[in-house]
Design a protein around this ligand. Structure first.
Ligand code: B12
Ligand code: SF4
Length: 522
């Protein structure tokens, strides 16, 4: 049977990274079936085009995964496929939280033939075999233990994802017309892939707005260090072979949740020479440890995503995230920046203690820290979170099924001390201030004493990150962006060219020196 795994696009920007679930399920598919992957972020298709593709390929089962944010879009694709007679199974956090909605058991239309609840590592092979026999059940749920909780995959052993042979062209961040030219530069930039890797699952912290503790559970499971290192080495080998670059996003919710284990993993990566540039999520409280931060830098860590949420401790207490202390954010970022590791700092507006002006206050604080990549969202009650329950009980949900009428950056409930429209304006002004050409130039000035590669890294990352808020889907949008930042871009190009010439001269001098020594030895 041919199986199509489909991830709908997020409607804002091209995602910079493919979704792990597709590769994982592909690796877990029993032999004898062919699996095709399409990510709508990388390969845009309408419902009709996807149906045409599935028909032409003779697809017998489509698997669709979606976060709450994209679920309305996912349902539209599922509806079109089912109308064409192709069975659809849906999985992921949203349908796990609202299975009746996907199955049309809540009075609404039905969108899926089957749903996979929770972690599907063990149920996916059963789904495939049932679908191949034409006996798809409606609900697939992991086995439960004596206490009635889902039995979670141990991640040991972990399925081998054959990155070295997978077709990753749709996910390369280098535009195809530039690949031949860039492939010849330095270590090679013919392709650039950001690849998701997990080293563990689960988070015990239970922040009020988060679905992770409910979905993955509070018991944490880790892969073995060997299996992670082996995966990194295969990725590195592929990048070398393609004269391209690879970076890894360790998608664990908190890579350092068990500091002792994280240090041991990072040491093993260093010992095996498996370093690739990597990004990971780590909460601020765990970044107090100097030795950990040393190991992060030495093992290839470049960016750490920190869920800072708010600079107001009262807000942090409200959402059960007291363990993260706004008062120490500056020191944490300094500690990272001293090792040339920088942070993606994530903030949420519309919390109950937020008042008008929250964006300006937050920006002022951010600008007193080493430069990074701030991102701003709004407090969103995802289904089955403690936040959703609290707001529902208090009768505060303005749009209880906000995902079915998705509106970017429009809150689904009214914060206590500001309006929904006020929160939207605050979010907009924070994005505008953080990614303006002036702010980009200021960041480069702050980094003036660092090697030019860090300034290039920041500017390129800033161009991609602004796309989370400002739609950046067309070539024209990118050209406009380059034009607005032309001074910074040209300055860096000049600096980069002279650094490259300098490095080439030094390499040549080294080679000549070595040659002279060899001859002397003869
Ligand atoms: C990596 C990540 C991202 C990446 C993007 C995704 C990517 N390209 O990988 C980035 C950083 C861009 C991102 C952004 C956001 N994210 Co995010 N992200 C994650 C994270 C940390 C890991 C995802 C992952 O790969 N997990 C590991 C895989 C193996 O798990 P999985 O995807 O759940 O898949 C398993 C099952 O769900 C199931 N499954 C999944 N899909 C399917 C499909 C089928 C057919 C089947 C059978 C089974 C199945 O099988 C898999 C194996 O067991 C998760 C948290 C988490 N730990 O999952 C949050 C998470 C998915 N993100 C979340 C959110 C809210 C967001 C944002 C909206 C945040 C914001 N406010 O801006 C944005 C929106 C992104 C956008 N505009 O597209 C929420 C989603 C909650 C929800 N109910 O929708 C999560 C769960 C975190 C949280 N705090 O609650 N995210
Ligand atoms: S620390 Fe992160 S993953 Fe864990 S519960 Fe809080 S927000 Fe979710």
């Amino acid at each position: 049977m041919k199986i199509l795994l489909y991830n709908p696009d997020n409607g804002v920007t091209r995602n910079f990274m493919p979704h792990l679930w597709m590769f994982l399920l592909q690796a877990l598919t029993p032999p004898g079936h062919e699996v095709i992957l399409i990510d709508g972020n990388a390969r845009a298709m309408t419902e009709r085009e996807l149906v045409g593709f599935a028909r032409a390929e003779g697809v017998g089962l489509v698997g669709i995964g979606a976060m709450t944010r994209m679920v309305a879009r996912a349902y539209r694709f599922a509806d079109a496929l089912r109308e064409a007679g192709i069975p659809v199974v849906m999985g992921g956090p949203h349908v796990t939280e609202c299975p009746d909605e996907a199955l049309g058991r809540d009075g609404g239309p039905r969108h899926a033939d089957a749903v996979a609840l929770g972690e599907a590592d063990d149920t996916w092979p059963l789904i495939v075999e049932d679908a191949a026999r034409g006996e798809l059940k409606e609900v697939y749920q992991p086995e439960v233990d004596a206490k009635g909780n889902d039995k979670k995959p141990s991640l040991q052993p972990y399925p081998v994802i054959p990155w070295e042979t997978l077709h990753l062209d749709q996910f390369s961040l280098v535009p195809s017309f530039l690949r031949p030219l860039l492939g010849r530069m330095g270590a090679g930039w013919g392709s650039f892939h950001v690849v998701p890797i997990e080293t563990g699952r689960g988070c015990p912290y239970g922040c009020e707005f988060c679905t992770v503790t409910g979905f993955f559970g509070d018991s944490i499971r880790f892969r073995t260090n060997e299996s992670v290192v082996e995966e990194l080495l295969r990725l590195k080998a592929r990048a070398r072979r393609e004269r391209g670059q690879v970076a890894v996003f360790f998608i664990d919710d908190n890579l350092a949740i068990n500091i002792k284990r994280t240090k041991s993993l990072l040491r093993d990566i260093i010992t095996a020479g498996a370093q690739v540039p990597w990004v990971a999520q780590i909460s601020a409280n765990l970044l107090r440890d100097e030795e950990l931060v040393d190991l992060i830098a030495e093992s290839g860590g470049k960016w750490v995503f920190i869920g800072m949420e708010s600079i107001d401790p009262a807000n942090m207490a409200d959402v059960n995230k007291n363990f993260s202390k706004p008062g120490e954010y500056g020191a944490v970022l300094e500690r990272l920046a001293r090792r040339d590791v920088y942070a993606i700092t994530s903030f949420i507006f519309g919390m109950d203690n937020d008042t008008p002006g929250v964006a300006a206050r937050t920006i002022k604080e951010i600008e007193s820290w080493p430069p990074g990549l701030p991102v701003f969202g709004q407090l969103t009650p995802f289904p089955a979170t403690p936040l959703y329950d609290r707001l529902e009980k208090a009768g505060r949900l303005a749009r209880p099924k906000h995902w079915l009428e998705f509106a970017p950056f429009v809150m689904a409930h009214e914060p206590l001390k500001m309006t929904i429209e006020g929160a939207r304006q605050e979010t907009k002004s924070a994005w505008e201030a953080s990614y303006s050409p002036e702010r980009n130039a200021e960041v480069l000035r702050q980094l003036a004493h660092r090697h030019v590669k860090y300034r290039v890294m920041h500017l390129v990352a800033r161009f991609f990150f602004r796309g989370i808020y400002f739609p950046q889907m067309t070539r024209a949008a990118w050209m406009k962006l380059f034009y607005q930042n032309r001074r910074a871009v040209l300055g860096l190009l000049k600096e980069g060219a002279s650094a490259w010439r300098e490095a080439r001269r030094a390499r040549k001098a080294r080679l000549e020196g070595a040659h002279a020594l060899e001859q002397h030895g003869d």
